[in-house]
Every structure is written in C-alpha cells, then in structure tokens.
Write a protein that binds this ligand. Structure first.
Ligand code: ACO
Length: 372
C-alpha cells in the first residue's frame, strides 16, 4: 500500500494531471490567458480550444459552428418531458434531468471513443442552452423556440429565452461570461465528472453528475444566492451594517472566498469592469455602489476577495435575466470544460479511487440478532 496522505476537502492535494487549464501565473485555458480570450475571442472559439486542443482558424470555426447549427432543435420527446415536469421543478433539476435524457437520442451513445465523445460534447454544447430556454419558456407559459442557425451561441441563448433579438452589447456580455465560466481545472464538478468517467461510464453520465455537483451553493449555486444577498441588503445605505452583522453571525457571504484564490479571482476582477459599464447603461448604479461597499467590508473584515459569481450574478441581473437561470448559464458554459476533462481522463485513464481515514469503532464482536 502507498503512503497515506489526508487533507480535509483534499485542500492543496494534486489529484491528477491536466493540459487543459492552470491557475498558476494567472488563469489560462490551454496556455491562453483567460482575459485575452475574453477580450479577443468568441465563446465558440474557446469551446473549440477546450474540446479540440487549439483555437480554430477561420475555416475550422466555420465548420465547428456549422456542426453546432446542424444539431437542430430538441427532439420532440425531450420537449414533452420538459413540459411534463411539475411547474415548481427547479431549473437546475430540470437541466440535470435534461442532460441525462439527451443521451437517449444521441446517435453515438454506445461509443466512448475519443472522437465519439467529442461529437457528444459538441451536441451537448448546442443542446443544453435549448433545454434551459425551452424549460424557461414552458414554465412561464410560452412555447419553446428553435435555435436560429445564424446566431452565435450567446446571442442564440438570449433569443431562445426571450424571443427577442438581443442587443449586440447584451450578446457580448453573455459571451464574455460564458468564456469566464468555461473551465477551471479540478473544481468540485469537474473532479466529479472525471471520477465518473474514470469508471468507464459514459460522457452523459459524467456531465449529469457534474451538474449535480455544480448545483450546490458552495460551488455554482452561489451565483443565484448572490442576488439574494443583494436583495436582503436593499441598497448602499444598509450595506455596511448588513455585512458586519452577517459576519458577526458567522454567515457566509455568497460570492466571496475561494478554495484556491486567496488574494483574488482574476475572472471577478475582469468581469467587474464590464459589470459596472452595464450597470450604468441599464440604470443600476445604486446596486453597483452597494456591491462595492459589501466588497470593501468583506475584504477589511475577513480578507476575502470576491469570486466570479459576485460580478456575474449582477451582470445577469443587468441583462434582465431571472435568477433561476444563473446557475444553468454556468452549466451551458462549463459543459465545455467538463467534456474536455472527461475526454482527457479517458485518453489516459486510471480509475480514481482514493482511500479514506477510518474514524469508526474498533473491531468488535458481533452478537446474533436475538442477543442484541
Ligand atoms: N463569507 C464569510 N466567510 C467566509 C466565506 C464567505 N463567503 N468564505 C470563507 N469564509 C471564511 C470561513 O468562515 C473561514 O473563517 P474562519 O477561519 O474564521 O472560520 C475562512 O474564511 C476559511 O474558510 P474555508 O471554508 O476553510 O475556505 P474554503 O477554502 O473551504 O472555502 C468556499 C471556499 C467554499 C468557496 C468558501 O469561500 C465559500 O463558502 N464561499 C461562498 C460560496 C461561494 O461564493 N462559492 C463560489 C465558489 S467559486 C465558483 O464556483 C465560481
């Protein structure tokens, strides 16, 4: 047996190798700084980088977009299932079920080769926004809209949700948020996906499990809770006293802190500027000022910087998106990172099976049932 190392929450433990992403020296996807990707590329280019290993040239991008467009609308059976869900079904639960159900219509399902998994990942990339939009529209009494093959993924998502052509500024803001959410090495949901893949299960199962992991409020679910915080605070004037009281009561302020980034999350730094611009354009300066006070006090009192969920929740609010869509939007983006990791895991697989440190009773004598 090899040497046993134990760290609660696997903090600081290197649990595998990856060529997809590093947080060392700034966040990079396959060697590209995430800020440069956000500034100079579209989400589809980043998705191509993650799934295929390189940024596309113009021809590759055109073919990639054509493959996404060729996926077409959701199978009618999927729409019927989304329609049949109880009205109160949370959006993340509907999406988790949706990801699992999509496997039933996937033509590559029995094939877990590298190429088949890339095809499956591309299909999920096109389909998960449709699931989110369809369920959102059905839950609000509207019929789902088919994707528009002429729009990019971010613009298409906004179009399928609202039925209105999005302003270029809104589509760009959505695109940037999708780029920033796309990948983040061995976070809880990605690690979940790799564990499932390592058993030689299938890509849809691994993605479905990852959605379950992302849903939790300590992970992706935090972006929805951020709006609850801002709602409770109620404005700039109350912000300082609200945070001080919350911290005194040892409450966690959603959108702050990170297991790896202890001095700052570069994604949050990048998105804050865009968030401020959108706040001005959409008349939400008061909320930005309240957020600034909260940020200052949390830093002063706990030395905790905001994470990506802090500005992204506000960004989605300024885009007039309902809160229950925030974590599903994270999924729509992160499916690229998860899929890249599942494929990387399978390209050089070893079952992920750590050990545990036993804390139960020592060995004891078993008494037969009639003597207990
Ligand atoms: N608000 C208040 N205090 C906090 C917060 C927070 N958001 N985060 C950490 N702390 C405090 C802890 O209470 C603890 O304080 P103590 O030493 O006085 O007891 C200290 O900071 C260290 O906290 P840990 O829980 O050990 O830090 P960990 O690395 O496990 O936490 C986590 C990381 C789970 C993200 C945490 O910061 C948190 O709960 N944040 C809120 C949820 C959130 O925003 N999640 C999004 C993560 S990023 C993403 O998914 C894009």
């Amino acid at each position: 047996m090899t040497e046993e190392i134990y760290r609660p929450g696997l903090e600081g433990v290197v649990a595998g190798e990856t060529a997809i992403c590093t947080l060392a020296g700034g966040l990079q996807y396959r060697g590209y700084a995430v800020e440069e990707l956000a500034e100079q590329t579209a989400f589809e280019e980043v998705a191509h980088l993650l799934l295929h290993g390189e940024l596309p040239d113009p021809g590759q991008l055109e073919r990639f977009q054509a493959r996404l467009a060729a996926v077409g609308p959701l199978p009618p059976g999927m729409v019927a299932a989304l329609r049949a869900m109880p009205p109160a079904t949370p959006m993340m639960d509907a999406l988790r079920t949706g990801a699992s159900m999509l496997a039933h219509w996937d033509p590559d399902i029995p094939d877990s080769s590298h190429d088949a998994n890339v095809r499956k990942a591309e299909r999920l990339l096109a389909q998960l926004p449709m699931v989110v939009a369809a369920r959102h529209r059905l839950a609000s009494g509207n019929e789902p809209l088919p994707p528009d093959p002429k729009r990019g993924l971010a613009a298409n998502l906004l179009w399928m949700l609202t039925g209105r052509p999005p302003a270029p500024r809104a589509a760009k803001a959505m695109d940037v948020s999708l780029i920033l959410y796309a990948e983040h090495e061995f976070n809880a949901s990605t690690f979940t996906a790799r564990v499932v893949a390592s058993t030689l299960s299938d890509l849809h199962s691994a993605v479905t499990a990852a959605i379950g992991a992302l849903k939790g409020p300590l992970h992706g679910g935090a972006n929805e809770r951020v709006m609850k915080v801002l709602g409770e605070v109620g404005g700039e004037r109350n912000a300082e006293s609200w945070v001080r009281q919350a911290l005194a009561e040892k409450r966690r302020i959603m959108g702050f802190g990170h297991r790896v980034y202890k001095t700052g999350d570069p994604r949050a730094v990048y998105l804050k500027t865009l968030c401020g611009e959108l706040a001005r354009e959409s008349g939400h300066e008061e909320l930005e000022r309240a957020a600034e006070v909260i940020e200052t006090v949390v830093r002063q009192e706990k030395n905790l910087p905001p994470n990506l969920d802090w500005p992204s929740a506000r960004l989605y609010h300024y885009l007039a998106l309902p809160v229950e869509l925030y974590t599903p939007l994270f999924v729509v983006s992160r499916v690229t990172g998860w899929s890249a990791h599942i494929i990387e895991q399978l390209d050089d697989n070893r079952l992920i099976r750590p050990r545990s440190k036993y804390t139960g009773p020592p060995r004891r004598a078993l008494r037969p049932l009639d003597q207990r």
